[in-house]
Design a protein around this ligand. Structure first.
Ligand SMILES: NC(=O)c1ccc[n+]([C@@H]2O[C@H](COP(=O)([O-])OP(=O)(O)OC[C@H]3O[C@@H](n4cnc5c(N)ncnc54)[C@H](OP(=O)(O)O)[C@@H]3O)[C@@H](O)[C@H]2O)c1
Length: 347
């Protein structure tokens, strides 16, 4: 553990310097890690763990695209790829990486195989925190732990392959064996995390739902669509509106923010652009929106909305319709053309 200064606040974090892969291998040397679910997080975490030398098996329902994807990724039926129940039985660590709605449905199956000393691992605090809604209450004699990579499983894998790493939070909800902490940190390192910061299950789910409904997914599309519409209503072409709203942000500005921070990005803009955040501060307008959002997450309303939507039998079909509407909107169709015109995509 290393104590570091984050903007004046001391935090204790874990990096690969204090907890190298060799130590993770030692901690997990007798474990079979059963990754349950081969959706988005499942492949990212399982492949990184496998490439890092851990003993990993997959639990996935048959006759599905995810099963076929697992086979294509080199998991071998009846050796390293099993039906969910069989994998739960074989694993000493059960990584519960089904969708949150899938976790509710499969909980009785997983529960049956949580024998004393095993570890139940989540990548989201949802199931445990909203236990009144999910029914997920683990027995007292297993470790209950969490590693939540801060990003898509696809990015987790891509960054790992590129020799980089997504940061992850980690938490111990229940330490039955006295080894929960070393197990969870070893797994966090094993899945290819950049650095690990500690949280608890409640804080993880509250920050995650606020983040994805806020800046990461909800607010960003709302801001894009509103600005695009205003520019279009005022007679700007799709090309101008899209470039001014999305392309400039993703291609030019966010990479600069990622590299050296917002102040550095501003310092590398025109003097007129530099005035924008100071002449027209958006913070005061946005603060109440985010405060209300957090309250809705903390009181469970947002979780209930998700469970209700995700549990519908036609969820996938509805999602496809919603995504198609977004994809076919003028703004994202304009985006498809703009992407084609990027020099690296031509020829
Ligand atoms: N997406 C991310 O990048 C991300 C990031 C951080 C944390 N997390 C967390 O990681 C966990 C997994 O998320 P995910 O995004 O990987 O989920 P996902 O892509 O929706 O994964 C779905 C997986 O669950 C299976 N599944 C769903 N319902 C099922 C059911 N009723 N019975 C059996 N299998 C079922 C799917 O199998 P089929 O293909 O057969 O339907 C698939 O293997 C969640 O707790 C999530 O919050 C995700």
């Amino acid at each position: 553990m290393a104590t570091m200064n984050f903007g004046g606040v001391q935090e204790t974090v874990v990096t690969r310097d204090e907890f190298p892969l060799s130590r993770a291998a030692e901690v997990l040397k007798n474990e079979t890690i059963a990754v349950i679910g081969y959706g988005v997080q499942g492949p990212g975490q399982a492949l990184n763990l496998r490439d890092n030398g851990f003993s990993v098996i997959i639990g996935q329902r048959k006759n599905s695209k995810s099963w076929d994807k697992a086979v294509a990724d080199g998991w071998v039926p009846d050796r390293t790829l099993f039906e969910i129940e069989e994998a739960c039985q074989k694993g000493s660590i059960i990584q519960f990486l089904l969708s949150d709605a899938g976790q509710i449905e499969l909980w009785p199956t997983v529960r049956r195989h949580l024998t004393p000393g095993k570890a139940l691992y989540f990548s989201h605090g949802f199931g445990i925190t909203y236990k009144e809604k999910t029914g997920i209450v683990p027995p007292a004699d297993v470790d209950v732990i969490l590693v939540a990579p801060k990003g898509s499983g696809t990015s987790l894998r891509r960054l790992f392959v590129a020799g980089r790493g997504l940061n992850s939070s980690f938490a111990v909800f229940q330490d039955a064996t006295g080894r929960a902490r070393e197990r969870v940190i070893a797994l966090g390192i094993g899945v290819g995390s950049g650095y690990l910061f500690e949280t608890d299950f409640r804080k993880e789910v509250f920050s995650d739902l606020t983040g994805e409904r806020g800046t990461l997914m909800g607010a960003i599309q709302g801001i894009f669509a509103a600005q695009y519409q205003v520019l279009r209503e005022q007679g700007h072409t799709p090309s101008e509106a899209f470039n001014e709203t999305v392309e400039e942000l993703t291609q030019s500005l966010m990479p600069l923010v990622a590299e050296n921070g917002m102040d550095w990005m501003y310092a590398n803009c025109s003097t007129t652009a530099q005035r924008a955040p100071f002449l027209r501060p958006m913070f005061a307008q946005k603060l109440p929106v985010f405060q209300k959002l957090y309250a809705e997450v903390a009181n469970g309303n947002e979780a209930q909305r998700s469970i209700d939507a995700n549990s519908k039998p036609d969820y996938r079909a509805c999602l496809e319709r919603e995504l198609a509407e977004l994809r076919e909107s003028e703004m994202w169709q304009a985006g498809a053309t703009v992407r084609k015109l990027r020099p690296e995509n031509k020829e």
